[in-house]
Design a protein. Sequence first.
Length: 275
Amino acid sequence: VRLQVQNVEKPLYRGTFHCFQSIIKQESAFGLYKGIGSPMMGLTFINALVFGVQGNTLRALGKDTPLNQFLAGSAAGAIQCIICCPMELAKTRMQLQGTGEYKLKMKNYKNSLDCLIKIYRKEGLRGINRGMVSTFIRETPSFGFYFLTYDCMTRYLGCEAEDSYVIPKLLFSGGMSGIVSWLSTYPVDVIKSRLQADGVGGITQYNGILDCVRKSYHEEGWRVFTRGLTSTLLRAFPVNAATFATVTVFLMYMRSDDNLRECEPGPVIQQPSSL
């Protein structure tokens, strides 16, 4: 977020590693965890929605085909936007609060919940849903590629339940799924972050998505749409590796042999919806 929204004329950070160093030096290690309250509150519900909707949509579509995997994932991505957008708005505002300050001179928000409450009181529902359209444009195809990649990777690697290397294979498949999903829509994420950060400090720059795209490209060129990509991919692999592997193994463990026999036969471990 810091890299995506920084002023190109007066950049604070030269890259991912310099940003990491600067935050620790200027704001202490706690600076790396600004805005953590929002994901802690929202990610549980988001993952529940995503895997639940994806699984039920795939069953409703009938056949487990690559196209249906993409469509089911896209449906899940679209629905979870109702939680994802306000959560990321609060996270973005909290992460930008007190940039470069060891002790905050002026603290606008006490925590993520306080942030959303104050935005709601000032701007109403429209305020806490700032960036909803860009979030929808990002999440819908992103989750389609997310589940499609995981399904293809697990099939290609031959993830069998009795395989002694099944966990590393699931971790690798999940990690690659996260990377592909972010690469597929990352430029939209840059725009979303800029829209949600717009107005911080009392200055509003953009009138909407197209205006943000036009101004950002005019001022910084095409490279603006890759800002922060390195740190995003470094995060995406371990996070999604853990998520997919945990869900898959947990469902395998919780479902009895009788329940597994009722599902489609075959040794390949597909994503949780197909188990």
